[in-house]
Design a protein around this ligand. Structure first.
Ligand code: ATP
Length: 324
């Protein structure tokens, strides 16, 4: 292996830049070349490559987003597209690929590996934390801090006006952000897709909360929650059943994906980047580099894609107890 390519794909997340920096510098440390591929798989198809030396990644460890840009590529879903991408890599002398992204990006990497026997290594970058084989994905910790910060601010208004706030957070089909940030921000109830508590239980809990003398409440709702109502319909439903509540909705949206990465995400990105490059140099391929019990761990890409990242039941219990 003389040259490694690195790209970011799918949704961006804080910590991707720190991971790019780590990959680039680990290559330099081992005296091999590194090529940055712009706009994910689309840039691979279009040959949008740039040589990256250790100084090309100065001052990005603290930056959100991704300097390599990200994209979703329809062309890469086709055999012709992937063939073109492979030709470009071979022509540029790139021997292996580090893909920083989510499960869709890993699926693309796996398909590419199966088709051409091309060495690939994945680094999980998504705020949703919905990938099997790692306790944390890059950006998750930062997103949690952002969400907690927002809810703290919302709480000021909630308690000044004796209001109930329904706060919708990201996470796609997973409730990791909602559950963790909900506990961290002291939410009254947390609605996540993995655990359908039902509307009755929510009403009962809010009734109890009012009766116990609480003047304001925060309910955190994961965007993928399966309660069967969106957050605005839920507001109407609660108002109909509990008219004593003055309710407001806040959908936090894309601010959760941006911002300077937390120290945790920067350290994690640095560790994952080193391991990704060194694993390639050891001849490994088709793995995702993750973190389990604070140790760096390799999981076959296939498992990372197909496996389910379970919600921590202990956190559910803690959340329950906290809302007594
Ligand atoms: P996020 O979790 O933020 O959505 P992601 O990596 O899951 O990130 P996707 O949009 O699902 O994002 O996938 C990124 C890209 O990976 C796609 O645009 C496509 O180019 C490629 N990809 C996904 N699935 C496949 C597949 N089955 N075959 C080939 N390429 C794929």
């Amino acid at each position: 292996i003389k040259k490694i390519g690195v790209l970011t794909s799918g949704g961006d997340s804080p910590g991707m830049n720190a991971a790019i920096r780590s990959v680039v510098r680990t290559c330099a440390y081992h005296d091999i070349e590194c090529i940055g591929i712009y706009r994910g798989y689309q840039g691979m198809i279009e040959g949008d490559f740039k040589e990256m030396g250790p100084r090309s990644v100065n001052n990005i460890v603290n930056k959100g987003g991704t300097i390599l840009k990200s994209a979703r590529s329809k062309d890469f879903m086709t055999v012709e597209g992937r063939k073109k991408a492979h030709e470009n890599l071979v022509a540029a002398g790139v021997d292996a690929l580090v893909v920083i992204g989510g499960d869709g990006s890993f699926t693309g990497a796996e398909v590419f590996n199966n088709e051409f026997g091309y060495p690939v290594m994945g680094i999980p970058g998504t705020i949703d934390n919905d990938i099997f084989g790692t306790s944390h994905t890059l950006g998750f910790d930062t997103a949690l801090n952002t969400v907690v910060d927002c809810i703290d601010k919302i709480r000021d208004t909630a308690s000044s006006h004796n209001r109930l706030f329904l706060v919708e957070v990201m996470g796609r089909d997973a409730g990791h952000i909602a559950l963790n940030a909900g506990i961290g921000a002291g939410a009254e109830e947390i609605l996540i897709p993995e655990e359908d508590l039902g509307l009755d239980r929510l009403l009962e809990s809010l009734r109890r909360s009012k009766a116990s003398g609480k003047s304001s409440s925060i309910v955190v709702i994961a965007e993928g929650d399966k309660i069967g109502k969106n957050v605005f319909e839920l507001k109407d439903y609660i108002e109909e059943n509990l008219p004593e509540y003055d309710i407001r909705v806040s959908v936090l949206g894309h601010m959760q994906r941006g911002g300077s990465p937390s120290c945790f995400d920067r350290v994690l990105a640095s560790r994952l980047g080193v391991k990704a490059v060194e694993s390639i140099l050891e001849g490994k391929s088709n793995f995702m580099v993750g973190i389990l019990n604070d140790k760096i761990a390799l999981t076959p890409l296939e498992q990372a894609i197909k496996g389910h990242s379970e919600i921590d039941r202990e956190l559910l219990r803690v959340s329950d107890i906290m809302t007594i």
